[in-house]
Design a protein around this ligand. Structure first.
Ligand code: PEP
Ligand code: MN
Length: 375
């Protein structure tokens, strides 16, 4: 499925001046005029940065923490832009934020992860943007819900904003992990598949929550053909008022960018393209075979379903399923396939078998299942 959004290419609203990759950097929060302006100068001097970010209004999980310096910070951003020439980017979460940021000449707005999760907030922002020609970036919602992310992009796009990008900042999860927010790359890839022309910018600071992992996630984002990076950078991260652990100095940022291996999605080199074409041919053949074999398997499932029905046997026989799972995972492991992948794949196949057999056993129940799976 493809989604119809009216989107202008990235190069119509941001001038990379040959810098690779597109890099938006700056402190998590504007704290003082000196901190912001000094950081901006160091970032501009790296020659790597395309735009300066800074949080002016900060969404904090608990009350009583620093909630952003507020409107005065917009004046500091203006000064930073005048002195460095860097365009500026700010998070907006209310109609008032939008008005104030635009009045202060902020170049790019972004919708934060918590706001994206709330359609009321997104609609309020969208309404405030009507009739305005400003680039807007939409962070993924805190929970891994592709529809919420898409919905927010649609609301902003419906308001007439065509200079649009998404920011992949990872997803909150209950389970403990090495990351502050699980990347769940597949959600970002699904968005790319739905809207191929939408630029996606990766935010390794908020994914990792840890400056030591920023280089690793940045490389992965580049390898997945994301269009840019947003990295939090502070003149002295150790004393930052917010997100201290995930910010890097402008010097460390330069190292991270210099050490990236840049890749391109395509090449004109015919030798490389021929070799790639040959390998892709092999994959195509294998995929055809996989589908053919899955269809054959399903035909046998149908026979089993009929046989069980005639002999009054239950569809699910837990022991049999357990045995299948164990045997197959062992075999797959020996062939160097990941256990998690094999289990997920088999589960998918098994669920489809159960659906098919339910259909056979009981036409009515089968219809209910059908409705549920397509809900
Ligand atoms: C931020 O960019 O500083 C921020 C608050 O991010 P998020 O909305 O991704 O939590
Ligand atoms: Mn932050």
């Amino acid at each position: 499925m493809k989604l119809n959004l009216n989107i202008q290419p990235l190069n119509t609203w941001i001038n990379k001046e040959g810098k690779q990759p597109l890099l938006i950097a700056g402190p998590c929060s504007a704290e003082t005029e000196d901190q912001l302006v000094a950081t901006a100068h160091l970032l501009a001097k790296t020659g790597k940065v395309t735009a300066l970010r800074a949080g002016i209004w900060k969404p904090r999980t608990r009350p009583g923490e620093f909630e952003g310096i507020g409107s005065i910070g917009l004046e500091w951003l203006k000064r930073a832009k005048e002195e460095t020439g860097l365009p500026t980017a700010v998070e907006v979460a209310t109609a008032k934020h939008v008005e104030e940021a635009l009045a202060a000449g902020v170049d790019i707005l972004w919708v934060g992860a918590r706001s994206t999760a709330n359609p009321f907030t997104v609609q309020e922002i969208a309404d405030a943007l009507k009739g305005v020609d400003v680039p807007v970036m939409v962070k993924n919602p805190v929970n891994p819900d592709l529809s919420l992310w898409v919905g927010a992009l649609e609301r902003i796009n419906n308001a007439g904003i065509t200079k649009l990008a998404a920011i992949h900042r990872g997803f909150s999860s209950y389970e403990k992990s090495a990351f502050r927010n699980e990347p769940m790359w597949d959600v970002a890839i699904s968005l790319k598949t739905l809207v191929p022309e939408l630029p996606i910018i990766n935010d390794p600071s908020h994914i990792t929550g840890n400056r030591d992992l920023i280089a690793y996630i940045s490389q992965k984002a580049i390898d997945l053909d994301m269009q840019g990076l947003m990295i939090e950078s502070h003149i002295d991260p150790t004393v930052a008022w917010t997100d201290a652990k995930q910010q890097v100095t402008p010097a460390a940022l330069t190292d991270i960018i210099n050490n990236l291996t840049l890749r391109k999605p395509e090449t004109r080199n015919t030798e490389i393209n021929d070799k790639l074409g040959e390998l892709r041919n092999q994959i195509d053949k294998i995929d055809d075979l996989l589908i053919q074999k899955l269809a054959e398997r399903m035909q046998i499932v149908e026979k089993i379903g009929n046989y069980k029905k005639d002999n009054n046997l239950t569809i699910l026989q837990v022991n049999r399923w357990d045995e299948i799972l164990h045997k197959r995972i062992g075999y797959a492991k020996a062939l160097k396939l990941g256990a998690e992948f094999t289990e997920k794949f088999l589960e998918l196949v098994h669920n489809e078998s159960i659906r098919k057999q339910t259909e056979i056993m009981n036409a009515e129940a089968g219809q209910v299942e059908e409705k549920l799976t397509h809900a």
